[in-house]
Design a protein. Structure first.
Length: 218
């Protein structure tokens, strides 16, 4: 994963997103909890590489349910995040493990950037300009808000995370890629793009590449 998108993620990657108050939250996979022994071993530095990869996969499975996790999973996950140094470092650790862990990490970095740009006036102006040409691009109909406002990008982030939480990983990946590509094109086609818009376009290009590389291909 490119350093720049990860390092420039701001705020909390794992937080309640736009629209989440209206959703009936689902618990994590039935009967699934984070392995506390593996988590403790990882923190102590005694975990094998194979078990660490398994732990990373378990963490990735639980992240979309982070606000309604069973208490035992929270008690196991929180020290892991603290040991790593915070949420950005958690994503960097997950990214070191191919498969679901890497894919989920890269999607969450994208979600962090969508939240970051949600209320950026210049970015929203570029998005409005893009939607004036094509209000509902292919792949985004049913996901975009009718009006372009400070909930539009955060709303897309919520819908991507919602798909992950519903175990629709392939659909979440497709929506993430479509969103990144759309914003990249919006930045390129913006009238007199500001530095923020150019930066956003560059980041979306990186994120599209990173997520595409991490996604399973048939």
């Amino acid at each position: 994963m490119h350093d720049k998108p990860l390092l420039k993620s701001v705020g909390e990657l794992l937080r309640r997103r736009h629209g989440s108050s209206g959703r009936t939250q689902q618990a994590g996979p039935d009967g699934f909890t984070l392995d506390g022994l593996k988590a403790s071993g990882f923190i102590a530095g005694t975990l094998s590489a194979e078990d660490e990869a398994t732990l990373a996969d378990e963490v990735a499975q639980l992240l979309p349910h982070h606000w309604d996790l069973p208490t035992k999973s929270v008690e196991a996950l929180t020290p892991v995040i603290d040991h790593l140094g915070g949420q950005p470092e958690l994503m960097a650790w997950l990214d070191r493990h191919p498969g679901r862990a890497r894919l989920i990490a890269r999607i969450y970095v994208l979600l962090g950037h969508l939240d970051q740009y949600s209320d950026d006036p210049a970015v929203l102006a570029a998005v409005r300009h893009a939607r004036a040409q094509d209000p509902y691009p292919v792949g985004l109909r049913g996901y975009l808000t009718p009006e372009t406002n400070d909930e539009t990008l955060g709303g897309l982030a919520f819908r991507i995370e919602e798909l992950l939480g519903d175990n629709r990983e392939e659909d979440a990946t497709a929506l993430a890629l479509t969103t990144a590509d759309w914003l990249l094109r919006a930045a390129r086609n913006a009238d007199t793009p500001s530095p923020d818009v150019r930066e956003m376009g560059e980041l979306m290009g990186h994120m599209h590449q990173d997520i595409s590389e991490a996604a399973p291909h048939s």
